[in-house]
Design a protein around this ligand. Structure first.
Ligand code: DAK
Length: 260
């Protein structure tokens, strides 16, 4: 289905979702959020897609935030609704059973940083800039930034970024664990696709269950999280991929996973 603010390309089981609002540095308005929700719902049940890459159009911005022009005149109730909807979309991305890689090609600010945080892995181009500058606008992060950023990089570092509204470069993002790796801009998509290809070569069910174990387990105490892991570990043994993976190892050959 054609989208107004998204470009979707699917090749070799990798879907690249490009947010295309270049005049607003790909800022997230209601329509873009709706389209993201829609496309991620489709991907969840589409066997032709195994890994999703999210990026921004052009070479200046991943996403420069929620759309400030659209937000400016919201009433308190509308702002609450907008934040809840944004939360839901980030959650839909996080809950997508397929791995999601953010290919961060420039500014990832406010809602853009939060979108990157909703993805499983962040690969930053050298020109990437991350930040939660909402305090400059008299608001706080509204799409989960106060929570996911603190969980990813720790409370102290998250609070420093949120209190100061500072922008950090890709090297600093890498240093504090916000970016998984940093590559030249012209190698960004290629690197993300290469990583996606590596993931696709593994047992799809195992990858899916590992995502579930990490995301959902982090919300539990260690004891219960380990029990949860044990349940999902057990579930792997109900798949043909587990039989094939272990058989292939013992036969000293490459496994041929079927995602069953
Ligand atoms: N929204 C709308 N338009 C934006 C935008 C944004 N976030 N960011 C940039 N643009 C637009 C600019 O207005 C400009 O439009 P024209 O003037 O050309 O029409 C165009 O993109 C190019 O931007 P600049 O001319 O400013 O480009 P520069 O290279 O000079 O600067 C910049 C790039 C990224 C440093 C600058 O544009 C900038 O500071 N942008 C704003 C970044 C920002 O503050 N982002 C956070 C947005 S707030 C909540 C729900 C959600 C949120 C919070 C609460 N609740 C409902 C409670 C989330 C909030 C945010 O994400």
């Amino acid at each position: 289905m054609p989208y107004e603010n998204l470009l979707i390309e699917i090749e070799d089981e990798i879907a690249v979702v490009t947010i295309t609002r270049p005049k607003a540095l790909n800022a997230l308005n209601q329509k873009t959020l709706l389209e993201l929700q829609d496309v991620f719902t489709d991907f969840a049940g589409d066997d032709a897609v195994q890994v999703i890459i999210v990026t921004g159009s052009g070479d200046k911005a991943f996403v420069a935030g929620a759309d400030i022009a659209a937000m400016q005149s919201l009433s308190a109730l509308e702002a609450r609704q907008f934040a809840k909807f944004g939360h839901q979309v980030m959650r839909d991305i996080e809950d997508c059973p397929k791995p999601v890689i953010a290919a961060v090609n420039g500014f990832a600010l406010g809602g853009g940083c939060e979108l990157a945080l909703g993805c499983d892995i962040r690969i930053a181009a050298e020109n990437a800039r991350f930040g939660q500058p909402e305090v400059n606008l008299g608001v706080i992060p509204g799409f989960g930034g106060t929570q996911r950023l603190a969980r990813l990089i720790g409370k102290g570092r998250a609070l420093e970024l949120i209190f100061t509204g500072a922008m950090i470069d890709a090297a600093e993002a890498y240093r504090i664990g916000l970016a998984n790796k940093v590559v030249p801009l012209d190698q960004l998509l290629e690197t993300a696709k290469k990583m996606a290809g590596t993931i696709i070569s593994k047992g799809p069910y195992a990858v899916r269950l590992a995502k579930e174990a990490v995301h959902n387990g982090l919300e539990l105490d260690l004891e219960r999280a380990n029990q949860y892991e044990a349940e999902l570990f057990g579930l792997c043994f109900a798949t043909a991929d587990q039989k094939e993976g272990m058989q292939a190892f013992l036969e000293k050959r490459q496994a041929e996973f079927k995602g069953k």
